[in-house]
Design a protein around this ligand. Structure first.
Ligand SMILES: [Fe+2]
Ligand SMILES: [Fe+2]
Length: 136
């Protein structure tokens, strides 16, 4: 799960946050392989959720600041994702916290972030660049 340069948006603050999100996902994956207890892993994942929501908030603030026309859609995508994470966490609890479901949850978060960055965040980054250059 190395950082893929294709995920670079060119917006420094966002890129730094994305990198640190991926580092955390990697650490959780690593911890799972090293036999950290399922409960501990779940706690780490819950903690990670806070970072994700802080990142979303920062991104949304930047979009407001730059009068991004797709702000509402983007914010809605973030909201749906946070809801999805909560569902996954509930499922982890209901199924009895075990390593497999937690690792799967971690992988789902990872996949979602990649898809979101490549499409939705990139779209904003493109707007941000053009706005900064005075093109729009
Ligand atoms: Fe993002
Ligand atoms: Fe985003």
């Amino acid at each position: 799960m190395d950082w893929d340069p294709a995920l670079e948006t060119g917006v420094e603050k966002i890129d730094l946050q994305h990198k640190s999100l991926f580092k955390r996902i990697e650490q959780i994956q690593e911890a799972g392989r090293n036999g950290t207890s399922a409960q501990e892993l779940l706690n780490t994942l819950i903690f990670f959720k806070r970072y994700v929501s802080e990142h979303f908030r920062d991104e949304e603030e930047l979009q407001l600041e730059f009068a991004y026309p797709k702000y509402k859609e983007h914010k809605e995508a973030h909201r749906i994702f946070m809801e999805k994470i909560d569902e996954l966490f509930d499922k982890c609890h209901d199924d009895g916290v075990n390593l497999l479901t937690i690792m799967q949850t971690n992988k789902t978060v990872y996949d979602w972030l990649i898809t979101h960055i490549k499409k939705v965040d990139m779209e904003f980054a493109d707007y941000y660049r053009r706005k900064k250059r005075g093109m729009i």
